[in-house]
Design a protein around this ligand. Structure first.
Ligand SMILES: [Fe+2]
Ligand SMILES: [Fe+2]
Length: 274
């Protein structure tokens, strides 16, 4: 199986891939591909898939880490071309309105299409339970136990009964790939908290992942919370880390210092054999 980073905030130098604040990943298997997240815009997803030689027809299903637009911006474009394939999400909150609120007001950042549109374009599967998407590739299901710091962002809200309230990110979903060297965990934004997802994987699959890839959303943590995450990662076997997207530069610097050989870059164009 092969991991391919299709869209990220950064692209491999000289790759000709576009950069944007967003994430999209493909897991290519003998049974076809899984598209995990779709970047922020149709243009970037289209350009990068094409540049990487990934045929849209080879993708068998889509899994979405959560509703935020930097992960769902290319979804409608992709489904219109691919036709009705299964789309997986972890919780009904995936369909709720989401906002980013600050001094200047609130801006919509949720799923850019309505439920009816999505159901017309795709076979929608919303389930809090872990699901095998293709042989060896799993959706984590809902991350319920959250003993470690979560990846909250300032001002991120969800609409509930006509009111904007702090988003508990119940739709946070990650991918788990059972590869030749063990489990690989791929996060979208890890809003549920990186270590909470890691422990969830252990609970469901009976082992800790040996490598963690994706947006870890650690930028909002205090230095003490970040130390807790560093210590927590040691405790789960010091997996190799491939932080990208929303992890945060300060957090990447702290992790790199704590794990001198264990932190690797993961811009668009990165491929890993799993
Ligand atoms: Fe997010
Ligand atoms: Fe994100």
């Amino acid at each position: 199986m092969r991991f391919i980073c299709v869209v990220d905030n950064q692209a491999l130098a000289g790759s000709g891939l576009r950069e944007e604040h967003g994430l999209a990943v493909v897991i290519a298997t003998d049974s076809g591909g899984v598209l995990f997240d779709t970047g922020a815009s149709p243009d970037t997803l289209a350009h990068n898939l094409n540049r990487l030689g990934i045929e849209i027809a080879s993708i068998r299903c889509v899994a979405l880490s959560h509703a935020h637009r930097d992960h769902t911006g290319g979804l409608a474009w992709f489904l219109e071309r691919r036709g009705r394939v299964p789309v997986y999400a972890a919780h009904e909150d995936f369909l709720a309105e989401r906002y980013s609120c600050g001094a200047g007001g609130c801006r919509a950042i949720g799923l850019p299409l309505a439920r009816e549109q999505l159901e017309r374009l795709a076979e929608l599967h919303i389930s809090p339970e872990p699901q095998e998407l293709l042989p060896g590739v799993w959706a984590s299901g809902q991350i319920r136990v959250r003993a470690y710091p979560e990846g909250h962002g300032q001002g991120l809200r969800i609409m509930r009964n006509g009111k904007l309230v702090p988003d508990p990110y119940r739709d946070d979903l990650s991918l788990v790939v059972a590869g030749k060297d063990g489990l690989t965990l791929i996060c979208g934004c890890a809003h549920a908290g990186l270590l909470n997802v890691v422990w969830h994987v252990r609970e469901v699959f009976g082992q800790f992942p040996v490598q963690l890839i994706g947006g870890f959303h650690l930028g909002g943590l205090s230095p003490d919370e970040l130390s807790l995450v560093v210590a927590g990662l040691q405790e789960v076997g010091a997996p190799t880390l491939y932080p990208n997207h929303c992890t945060g530069e300060r957090a990447i610097a702290v992790l790199s210092q704590a794990y001198p050989n264990g932190v690797r870059p993961c811009p668009a164009g990165t491929t890993l054999d799993l």
